[in-house]
Design a protein. Structure first.
Length: 452
């Protein structure tokens, strides 16, 4: 199966935007970048000369990472500075729920001025002409886009135009219980490789820490396609080849990686699978370690309290590679195309303020999401919560997600079902992954290829 050119990729995403595939986990997912030098005509310039910003706008969000209070304060500060009121609308408990509500709203008239969108959903909004290119309006609002971390803001560029600003951005982190590690005689750090962790897991079990498992895999239903990329990449595999639609979920390297996962749960039994949030399981003492979003960090620390000290580190590597084995995730903020120009200009001022060097630090301190500006002074933040520094450092070790998960309609759900059938129901690994490959290729052939 050959890779697609930029124009074909755009048509693929059009299909996703129109609802060809089922929803995937948007909270922590999405392509690292969809930059393209394709030949489409691109976005038209929008003239904001002579436009005065509106006095009130609406912002639809799911308050990711429990960010409601800090976002409300930022809105209050924004009104004091600019005289523009922001009405926050909790439009759902997840990115998917917000997206579904927004899709429904687009059939009527009651749409927001600012909309939160995951790394998957912002592009679907773009393909529906539901959001505007930000280049002209940010210039009119005097927002300096060079202040943002390049790897994060580039996630929202397409054909030389910018469609969102980075807001609540995250990577997965390796979380561990320092008390359990000490009891097992382990170093106070995250394991460097999964093979090293397998050895540590046995020591944790022998230490009788009181935990049910040494490690808890995140929920298969929500996180399998996202977090397991780390192990697949470490073994030299993947759901598909890097930057390609060539499906590799049943390759030898991928099978070795998934064998490690299956054996951890079913054979060696040092790992369980969370039914909800694995970081909550660790905070409750049910496991000694897990992987979770950086956006969960502050919540985990609050939940743990004085029970034990939380440790975090980079995701482990594998026998093939120990570098760039971590995917990014999280969300940005975009401006609705249905809004009037005066509201769009006010919205641009707001999203620039919401994500500026100072406010991104406040969001990070309240949640664990990463500061999105290079100009931010992180000294106070890191002094108060040094663990956030690990998340920031890991940005240099991230990799774009596999196309099979992000761009194949319904691919994420198919991956989740296949993984669940193996590690929770005891299905045979190679036949299951070969069936998954056939399914993903079938979706490509029937739903994608005729349109590219």
């Amino acid at each position: 199966m050959s890779d697609l050119n930029p124009i074909s990729r755009r048509r693929l995403m059009t299909m996703a935007a129109l609802g060809v595939g089922a929803l995937g986990l948007a909270a922590c997912s999405g392509p690292s970048s969809v930059n393209s030098q394709g030949s489409s005509t691109g976005a038209s310039a929008i003239d904001f000369s002579g436009v005065k910003p509106a006095s009130e706008i609406t912002f639809w969000t799911n308050n990711p990472g429990g960010s409601g209070d800090v976002t409300s304060k930022i809105c209050t500060d924004f009104k004091a500075k600019e005289g523009i009121a922001v009405r926050i609308v909790p439009a759902g408990s997840s990115y998917e729920e917000v997206a579904q509500k927004f899709q429904t709203a687009l059939t009527g008239q009651d749409t927001p001025d600012v909309i939160i969108g995951s790394d998957v959903w912002w592009f679907r909004y773009y393909m529906q002409d539901a959001i505007i290119p930000l280049d002209d309006v940010l210039k009119a609002a005097k927002v300096d886009v060079t202040a943002y971390r390049k790897g994060l803001i580039d996630d929202y560029r397409y054909k030389d135009h910018l469609y969102a600003l980075p807001f609540a951005r995250s990577t997965p982190l390796f979380y561990y219980n320092k008390s359990h590690f000490k009891a097992a005689g382990l170093p106070d750090r995250a394991p460097r490789t999964w093979d090293e962790w397998r050895t540590w897991a046995g020591k944790l079990q022998n230490a009788k820490t009181g935990a049910q498992y040494a490690y808890q895999f995140p929920s298969v239903t929500d996180y399998a396609g996202w977090t397991l990329q780390n192990i697949l990449w470490g073994y030299g595999g993947g759901w598909s080849k890097k930057d390609s639609f060539d499906i590799t979920c049943d390759s030898d390297n991928s099978i070795q990686a998934l064998t490690f996962v299956r054996d951890a749960v079913l054979t060696d039994k040092w790992a369980g699978v969370s039914s909800n949030e694995s970081t909550d399981d660790m905070a409750a003492g049910a496991c000694s370690a897990t992987i979770g979003s950086t956006g969960s960090l502050v919540g985990v620390q609050k939940a743990v309290g004085n029970k034990f000290e939380v440790g975090v580190g980079f995701l482990p590597g594998g026998p093939v590679t120990t570098h760039s084995v971590c995917p990014t995730g999280g969300a940005g903020v975009a401006i609705c195309s249905r809004s009037s120009k005066d509201k769009q200009l006010a919205a641009a001022k707001f999203i620039g303020f919401l994500t500026n060097a100072e406010n991104t630090i406040d969001l990070s301190a309240a949640t664990g999401y990463m500061p999105v500006c290079t100009t931010s002074d992180t000294s106070k933040l890191l002094k108060e919560n040094p663990l956030i520094g690990q998340a920031i450092k890991q940005l240099d070790a991230t990799r774009p997600q596999d196309y099979a998960r992000v761009f194949v309609p319904g691919g994420d759900q198919e991956i989740a079902k296949a993984v669940a059938s193996v590690i929770q129901q005891g299905g045979e690994l190679k036949p299951t992954m070969s069936k998954l490959r056939a399914t993903l290729e079938g979706i490509y052939t029937s739903q994608v290829k005729p349109h590219v």
